[in-house]
Design a protein around this ligand. Structure first.
Ligand code: CP
Ligand code: NVA
Length: 304
């Protein structure tokens, strides 16, 4: 495993190893232990978009492992592909650092970095997918629900990058992914086909939120307007108004169904404050697990 670009590209063995390592390192760090396996190593973190969780958790994870993170905001290097092409950035940075993490608009920017870099490339979110989020989510679900096999995530809202990675991760871990999204904003056929080719019957897509939550172990949502879609915000608010996780919808789910959201959450839109703050909500455990998963990922990709 050289890069971490999409769950689609990872084998179940690789993902299981990463999950096991996340659990092991979480335990170690919670008990005050340290693993300085990345001492002397540097990770550059290129961002084309805003971030709280991803930026901070990668920064802390890298430092925790004895390494050094370097944060680069878009303007610092004149923009990936603007001042110079991704393929040149990849080859220059490969001479300085041991790993490159990037949050991009186009997924092709990441694949281009990966094609030309000698060091690992990590996807910190692209318009296409958000694999670090999905693996942190799986870690959170196993902590709260136990054995992953057969568990069902009901996803309400936009068929976006977060939804796509969840579809792939569910396929890899023999889980079910039922998505309710309005027409025109659903997951594309290729994603569904890929997930269902990995494990038949993984993805079920409909436009009816009540249908998907009724036997869900987890009810999940994300923003209706992703970064880069700000111009469509008003139109999206109108289209998605019936795709909110609120107490009325949660009343149709099993009483112990967990509520998840990758954050940032726009309360009053895709989720109500009441549900986000309810005892079923595990959104902050989920946010914490970004750190624990990424420590494992960095150790696996960057240590000798
Ligand atoms: N969930 C997530 O990736 O959050 P940030 O955009 O704050 O990194
Ligand atoms: N779908 C959202 C996720 C943010 C973490 C976005 O791309 O903006």
């Amino acid at each position: 495993m050289k890069n971490f670009l999409s769950i689609r590209d990872c084998s179940v063995q690789e993902l299981e190893e990463l999950l096991a390592l996340s659990i092991e390192l979480k335990k170690l760090y919670k008990s005050g232990g340290r693993d300085l396996c990345l001492s002397g190593k540097t990770l550059v973190m290129l961002f084309e978009k805003a971030s709280l969780r991803t930026r901070m958790s990668f920064n802390v994870a890298m430092t925790d492992l004895g390494g050094s993170p370097i944060y680069v905001k878009p303007d610092d290097i004149g923009g990936i592909g603007k001042r110079e092409p991704a393929k040149d950035i990849a080859r220059v940075l490969s001479r300085y650092v041991h790993g490159i993490m990037a949050r991009t608009f186009e997924h092709e920017t990441l694949t281009s970095l990966a094609d030309f870099a000698d060091v690992p490339i990590i996807n910190a979110l692209s318009d296409y997918c958000h694999p670090c989020q999905a693996m942190a989510d799986i870690l959170t679900i196993t902590e709260h629900c136990g054995d992953l096999k057969g568990l069902k995530i009901a996803y309400i809202g936009d068929g976006n990058n977060v939804a796509r990675s969840l579809a792939f991760v569910c396929a890899r871990f023999a889980m079910k992914f039922a998505i309710a999204a309005p027409e025109g904003y659903q997951l594309d056929d290729e994603t569904i086909q890929t997930a269902n080719d990995i494990a038949a019957g993984t993805v079920d897509q409909t436009s009816d939120p009540a249908h998907v939550v009724k036997d869900a172990d987890v009810v999940y949502t994300d923003t209706w307007t992703s970064m880069g879609q700000e111009d469509e915000k008003q139109q999206r608010i109108a289209v998605f108004k019936d795709y909110q996780i609120n107490s009325e919808l949660m009343a149709k789910a099993p009483g112990n169904a967990k509520v998840m959201h990758c954050l940032p959450a726009y309360r009053g839109f895709e989720i109500t404050d009441e549900v986000a703050e309810s005892p079923n909500s595990i959104i902050f455990d989920q946010a914490e697990n970004r750190l624990h998963f990424q420590r494992a990922l960095l150790k696996k990709l960057l240590s000798d």
